[in-house]
Design a protein around this ligand. Structure first.
Ligand SMILES: Cc1ncc(COP(=O)(O)O)c(C=O)c1O
Length: 341
């Protein structure tokens, strides 16, 4: 990667080892269940998360929406955070695919307690939809990680109320690193988990949906309905195996780089880092500037890619392909801009 790309960890290219694994992967027709590489990836994902089964899907959005479709009935209500990816960044797919209605809790500050979520569960009344699912997200897209205590309390409450829990764990391995726990402990707080191979783990394509055998069997059929039955998919599953075996072990480095970047940014007059949103590989900050797009162009001009601010907040993401040298270069350019403007 020649440019310094801080827009997201979704921009990561595959490693050399992943490319080699892709071209030498044994292949078969995965819709027949014959692709040994996909089978290996699915078994590995299930084992690492401590669940019985897993399914390879094309993207995180696909995995989340497949989970909604598989858990719920049309017309159900799904309870989830207002800013979570399923609500904010999946183009209204839950209305189109699962045909469900969404009820939001406020996840902008401290993650809500289980009793706050429980109060949103619908009672028996002719006028009410059925509460079909509760969704949680960990790590959250705002750079925070939800504690195990909170997640366990939500799961216990949901079990008592007989409602399944789905976790958008796109960055569940980052969450595990941040909580200094085995990823299984986080996965135990949900019936199904979607996680991405294609973000900080650097695989070029794909996500996993993980859960019980019965759930994954139903999801496999629904994946076919959604057009996600892929044939010789081992070629893209092979980098996913490298992602799980190798790249999950190095995420702490990305978190340390984010903390370093945050500290350096915060030293610049006119830049204010949100230190309570610094649990993973993301840095959120405010930058005093009259023309945010001018900063984007200034950086772009210097081969650095960032997204424009969103509701007054900038987000910069560290990953495998940005080292300290690149971060120092970026800091220098932000300082240069802020001092000039
Ligand atoms: C928290 C979260 N969930 C789901 C997704 C969706 O993943 P994909 O882009 O593979 O559809 C993303 C993507 O950035 C994400 O950040």
């Amino acid at each position: 990667m020649n440019k310094i790309d801080l827009r997201s960890d979704t921009v990561t290219h595959p490693t050399e080892e992943m490319l080699k694994a892709a071209i030498s992967a044994p292949l078969g027709d995965d819709v027949y269940g014959d692709d040994p590489t996909v089978n290996k990836l699915e078994a590995l994902a299930a084992q690492m998360l401590g669940k019985k089964a897993a399914l390879f899907v094309p993207s995180g959005t696909f995995g989340n929406q497949l989970s909604l479709l598989t858990h719920t009935l049309r017309g159900d209500e799904v309870i989830l955070g207002k800013h979570c990816h399923i609500v904010a960044h999946e183009a209204g797919a839950s209305a189109v695919i699962a045909g469900v209605q969404l009820a939001y809790f406020d996840d902008s500050g401290d993650y809500p307690d289980a009793d706050e979520i429980e109060r949103m569960i619908r009672g028996e009344d002719l006028h009410y939809p059925r509460t079909g699912l509760i969704c949680v997200e960990n790590a959250q897209s705002n750079g925070k990680v939800v504690s195990l205590d909170k997640l366990q309390a939500v799961k216990q409450m949901a079990e008592r109320r007989n409602i399944p829990v789905h976790m958008d764990g796109a960055r569940i391995f980052n969450a595990a690193v941040s909580l200094k726990t085995d990823v299984k402990a986080i996965a135990a707080c949900a019936d199904s988990i979607m996680f991405c191979l294609s973000k900080g783990l650097c695989a070029p394509v794909g996500s996993m949906l993980v859960g019980s055998e019965a759930f994954i069997n139903r999801a496999r059929k629904n994946r076919k309905i959604m057009g996600g039955g892929m044939r010789q998919a081992g070629i893209i599953a092979a980098p996913g195996i490298v992602a799980l075996e190798k790249m999950t072990k190095r995420l702490e480095e990305d978190h340390q780089k984010a903390k370093y970047m945050a500290q350096k940014l915060d030293e610049i007059k006119g830049v204010h880092v949100l230190k309570d949103q610094l649990d993973i590989n993301m840095v959120y900050c405010k930058i005093e500037t009259h023309d945010p797009m001018k900063l984007v162009s200034h950086l772009q001009h210097n081969n650095i890619l960032v997204n424009p601010e969103d509701e007054g907040l900038w987000r910069f993401v560290t990953h495998y392909w940005v080292g300290q040298k690149e971060i120092d270069l970026f800091i220098g350019k932000v300082r240069e801009y802020v001092e000039m403007n």
